[in-house]
Write a protein that binds this ligand. Structure first.
Ligand SMILES: Cc1cc2nc3c(=O)[nH]c(=O)nc-3n(C[C@H](O)[C@H](O)[C@H](O)COP(=O)(O)OP(=O)(O)OC[C@H]3O[C@@H](n4cnc5c(N)ncnc54)[C@H](O)[C@@H]3O)c2cc1C
Length: 314
């Protein structure tokens, strides 16, 4: 990045002096499941909610560009990285239980949350066994698998609102829909930060829940989810298309299509994979060609589910 812009970010972070791990020129490829992405000017991991809150307030006041990242399991980061500050929830990873209610910090891994609920003989989150990423990311995305979604079991979300206020409200189910949450504004991230979430679960049988979780993990492996670095489904499904996006891409012959090391999986046409050293630009070109083909052949506008981070103008 430009040395003077970097100096501004560094000076700013050193001045606000919060309880956080700081890194500069941090490669985003190390923090995304695609294993793609250039350096972020600054990478900040606040260790407490208070530190997160102070950081976000200062960033808002500074006008510096910033984004929040959880597990990086649904992000394609640009080859040039991110000019500004990437704030990660990673250190806010507590998991606590109070009877049938389980509370998790945004940075807790979904797989750890699922395992903790099963160990406590609580049913309801087992559908998410094997889902990569953080609790905050799954809440923000309303992650969905095996016909269930996070909003089905969420009871409350603790968050920093766009205006910086700390809130914890019961969720209004009507504001949540397929891959849509109240934090998405008109489609863009509205700047709210999920700090944690509470889930209301039902008593269950730990052995049966464990068996179900293993079955779902095996199904993911069989579908090739973990064969190559990826970010899960590239496009959302749309009922109006009459069939899943993967089926549409299959009909268009996209399975196995490749640009450089960016490819459409041989096992599932809605999963785009990094075959080794894929560039974000090649992945984006593959996405664009799939969208153009679906539009030309069927008049369908495929909507990416994966979030693009950084500059993709080249
Ligand atoms: C192998 C594989 C399989 C997958 N299968 C599925 C699947 O079955 N179903 C499914 O829905 N998804 C699936 N995904 C995608 C991914 O797991 C989910 O979208 C997951 O919920 C993303 O969480 P994350 O923490 O990694 O989010 P990130 O990738 O870090 O971020 C995604 C978006 O959420 C925002 N965000 C993250 N944390 C917060 C926060 N605390 N507050 C506010 N905004 C935040 C980010 O700014 C970004 O816009 C899969 C991914 C992989 C790699």
């Amino acid at each position: 990045m430009l040395a003077d812009a970097m100096a501004t970010v560094r000076e700013f972070l050193e001045k606000i002096n919060i309880d956080a791990r700081l890194a500069f020129d941090e490669p985003l490829s190390a923090h995304t499941t695609f294993r793609i992405g250039g350096p972020a000017d600054a990478w900040v991991e606040p260790r407490t909610e208070a530190a997160m809150s102070a950081l976000v307030a200062a960033l808002r006041a500074s006008g510096l560009p910033w984004v929040v990242l959880g597990g990086g399991a649904n992000v394609l980061a640009s080859d040039s990285g991110f000019r500004g500050v990437v704030v990660t929830t990673r250190a806010l990873a507590s998991i606590e239980r109070d009877g049938p209610v389980v509370r998790a910090g945004a940075g807790a891994r979904v797989t750890e949350l699922v395992a903790a609920t099963i160990d406590a003989s609580l049913a309801g989150l087992d559908f998410a066994a094997g889902l990569p990423g953080s609790v905050g990311g799954a809440v923000y995305m309303n992650a969905r698998c095996y016909d269930r979604e996070f909003a089905d079991v969420l009871s409350a979300v603790r968050r920093l609102d766009r205006d910086g206020s700390l809130r914890e409200d019961a969720i209004e189910r009507g504001a949540w829909a397929y891959k849509r949450t109240p934090f998405m504004g008109g489609g863009e991230h509205d700047g709210s930060i999920v700090l944690g979430a509470s889930f209301r679960l039902e008593p269950g049988d730990a052995a049966a829940l464990k068996a179900r979780a293993r079955e779902l993990e095996a199904d993911r492996r069989a579908k090739g989810h973990f064969d190559h670095p990826c970010a899960g489904s590239m496009f959302k499904n749309d009922r109006g298309f009459g069939r899943p996006s993967g089926k549409i891409l299959d009909e268009l012959g996209f399975r196995g299509r490749r640009i450089g090391d960016a490819a459409v999986s041989e096992k599932h046409a809605n999963i785009f994979v990094n075959l080794g050293s894929a560039r974000a630009a090649d992945m984006k070109a593959l996405v664009d060609s799939a969208r153009a083909a679906a539009l030309e052949a069927f008049g369908f506008k495929l909507e990416p589910e994966v979030v693009f981070l950084g500059d993709f103008t080249d």
